[in-house]
Design a protein. Structure first.
Length: 178
């Protein structure tokens, strides 16, 4: 796991990258955990303004991938539901800013999408006029995050949540479908 933190004046941002590669055998055994796996229940949709921000993340990530001659990532709502749930949990303080529960999110995704590889980027920022650009640029400046963005993935899900303090929490999950 790679963590990158930076501050600019009265604003701050923090990002963490994580990735996992599982073989079929490790999917069956390696995801076992004492933590409960999130239910199949569909999470509430993000408000329209947050959905617009989520779409902006996808656009910026795919523009970057295109500039590197990489194929675009397709947005999958099932993956976005998992990403959004994690962002909401961080924004509400139910979990710390981290990748806690990543294996459970991937296990929930694996119930409907067979995959070979998964990765996740998370970011937090507050006080920026363009929180999406700040998060994406922060990811691109960090080796671990950039490796996830440039990885051999074909699907993604993006979730953004904002709390009452105006803090934005971003989660982007990357999946290589089998």
């Amino acid at each position: 796991m790679i963590s990158t933190a930076f501050k600019v004046g009265a604003v701050s941002a923090l990002a963490i990258a994580s990735s996992l590669t599982f073989s079929v055998a490790s999917q069956e055994i390696g995801l076992a955990s004492t933590l409960p796996v999130p239910s199949q229940k569909r999470l509430a949709q993000a408000p329209a303004s947050l959905q617009t921000l989520e779409q902006a993340v996808l656009t910026q990530i795919n523009q970057y991938r295109s500039s590197r001659k990489l194929p675009p990532l397709a947005l999958d709502t099932r993956i976005s539901d998992q990403a959004r749930g994690h962002s909401q949990a961080m924004a509400n303080g139910r979990v710390t800013f981290s990748h806690d529960g990543f294996q459970q999110r991937v296990a929930a995704i694996a119930r409907t999408i067979p995959y070979n590889r998964a990765a996740e980027n998370v970011a937090y920022n507050q006080g920026y006029s363009d929180p999406v650009r700040q998060a994406v640029q922060g990811w691109l400046k960090s080796t671990g995050h950039r490796q996830n963005i440039e990885g051999s993935f074909n699907l993604t899900g993006i979730g953004i949540a904002q709390n009452a303090k105006g803090e934005y929490y971003f989660t982007q999950v990357f999946i290589r479908r089998r």
